[in-house]
Design a protein. Structure first.
Length: 509
């Protein structure tokens, strides 16, 4: 029997599959994302036996590395303990480096093609190829046409070996640029070759939403407006903009976090039950959900969306003092908003979403607050004196969940209190995979379920474009609220909830 708190699992299903041999080509291999996330994730997969023996990795970038110096650089960056060195050198031996003098010139792609052909010859058959574009998104316009011109995206007649391309966000800057990017990609690739990554979908707790909802009978019957009072989704970061001012000044928090991660989490919480746990069935339901979100009333935008920017505080610089940020920047580093889903299930249930940089602490969670009981038999307590049940899905820093219920405390007859059943993934044992490792495994398996489909990107832009336009054209309707670095965010975010008689339920509340 499985229990909520504790570390005893009885497996019902484990689909940890070992992928077939294939080649993973990483563009931007010398960059930050590759060094900090992708190569450590690949090493984690290798340690778990989830990179098959025949898998090859080719790093591509403009940097003047040789395969030897690239491997040496990775060894320094990954800093693997001595006890694992033997396995690690086996891992490094699967990695090669292919220099591209430029991303938009033919030369490097010919060499890459030759390296890929050599992998096929060694394997004795055409291998599936996955191209991971860990580069700034502006380079997609150069890389994808070159891959196509070098015939590296074309199917091999008579072989099922795929040619997939993984893209990192941002997927456009606004509706128009997203459509333009989409049209460009579809000129060279079909949708089933395109893997748009959202690393939040690789997090265990985020995936657990679907299991919790659809692998149990307990929650789904009460997962609607009859029983749920409100839902809160928070992604709070302690870090500021760090070294990414160039990107962030263009993007701002709404584009950086809401257009993707926040909406993906919202759709997992709110979508209808898909017919199967398969890529299109899941993504069809997400799309339906996104299309049911009520458009923002831009004439009253300040009552629906709060945008903030951090100022100096708690010994930390303000956003405008960060290197690379304009001294009069109006880029938002915090957003809180209330939205409504116009469908039967969620009639009248507010969804509150907030995310910000330089907040008190790193804490991301989804909080589902149930309605109070209709009547109290526990006089003198009235129904409204009884705290509502709360389900907390903790995404970060500790993945897990908690269910807070009213229960009897040991002691006199009417001794009641809120009791939280806690479950923590780390304490439950097992070595969790990082979000990137999980998604890289899915890339190797050719499973698109946790990747974003083109129509979902378009629906997300349709929702937020009017907000961005209003901020640009009528800033007086939603002025930038300041908050000190290291604080809970602007007071206006509390007022937003107070308008609908609610308050943020922070982790310690
Ligand atoms: C990225 C954003 O997608 O997600 C960053 O571009 C943000 O600005 C990051 O810091 C947050 O991810 P995580 O996994 O650290 O919560």
């Amino acid at each position: 029997m499985g229990v909520l708190s504790g570390n005893y699992w009885q497996d019902t299903l484990c689909t940890e599959q070992n992928p077939e041999p294939g080649v993973l080509v990483i563009f931007g291999a010398s960059g930050d994302l590759a060094r900090r996330k992708l190569f450590p994730a690949l090493w984690a997969l290798c340690r778990r036996g989830l990179l098959c023996a025949g898998a090859r990795i080719i790093g591509c970038a403009r940097h003047e590395y040789t395969t030897g110096s690239f491997r040496a650089e990775l060894a320094t960056a990954l800093n693997v303990p001595a006890a694992e060195q033997e396995a690690f050198s086996g891992f490094l031996n699967r990695i090669e480096y292919c220099r591209l003098p430029t991303y938009d010139g033919e030369a490097g792609y010919r060499e890459l093609g030759a390296a890929l052909d050599a992998c096929d010859r060694q394997a004795g058959a055409p291998l599936p190829r996955t191209f991971y574009l860990a580069t700034p998104s502006a380079l997609y316009r150069e890389i994808v046409p070159q891959l196509a011109a070098a015939r590296l995206l074309a199917a091999v007649p008579g072989s099922a070996a795929w040619r997939h391309v993984v893209f990192e966000k941002p997927f456009g800057y606004d509706t128009a640029s997203a459509e333009e990017l989409d049209a460009l990609l579809h000129r060279y690739l079909s949708e089933d070759q395109i893997y748009r990554i959202d690393h939040y979908l690789g997090k265990d707790t985020v995936q657990n939403i679907l299991l919790l909802r659809f692998a149990n009978l307990l929650f789904e019957p009460v997962w609607n407006f009859h029983y749920i009072d409100q839902v809160q989704i928070t992604v709070a970061e302690e870090l500021g903009v760090e070294s990414r001012a160039g990107y962030y000044e263009q993007a701002g928090l709404l584009r950086d976090m809401f257009q993707n991660h926040m909406l993906e989490m919202l759709s997992m919480v709110a979508m209808e039950c898909p017919a199967a746990f398969s890529a299109d069935a899941v993504r069809d339901e997400k799309l339906k959900l996104l299309r049911s979100i009520r458009p923002f009333d831009c004439d009253r935008l300040g009552h629906e969306v709060v945008r903030g920017q951090y100022t100096a505080g708690n010994g930390m610089a303000g956003y405008r003092q960060e290197p690379g940020v304009a001294p009069d920047s109006t880029t938002e580093t915090f957003v809180a908003l209330r939205l409504w889903i116009d469908n039967w299930r969620w009639h009248g249930v507010p969804f509150y979403l907030r995310s910000g940089k330089r907040l008190t602490r790193r804490e991301s969670e989804i909080v589902v607050v149930f309605k109070p009981v209709p009547h109290s038999i526990f006089a003198p307590l009235r129904a409204r004196d009884l705290q509502p049940d709360v389900l907390r899905l903790r995404v970060q820093p500790e993945e897990g969940m908690g269910l807070t219920l009213q229960a009897k405390k040991p002691g006199p007859k009417l001794c009641m209190g809120a009791l939280t059943l806690n479950y923590n993934y780390r304490e439950a044992g097992g070595e969790p995979l990082s979000a990137y490792a999980r998604l890289l495994l899915d890339c190797q398996l050719g499973d698109q379920t946790l990747f974003i489909r083109s129509d979902i990107i378009a629906a997300a832009w349709r929702l937020f474009q009017p907000v961005l336009d209003t901020w640009r054209d009528r800033p007086e309707l939603s002025s930038l609220q300041e908050y000190p670095a290291g604080s809970r965010g602007p007071a206006a975010a509390d007022r937003l909830l107070a308008e609908t008689h609610h308050a943020w339920l922070d982790g310690d509340s």
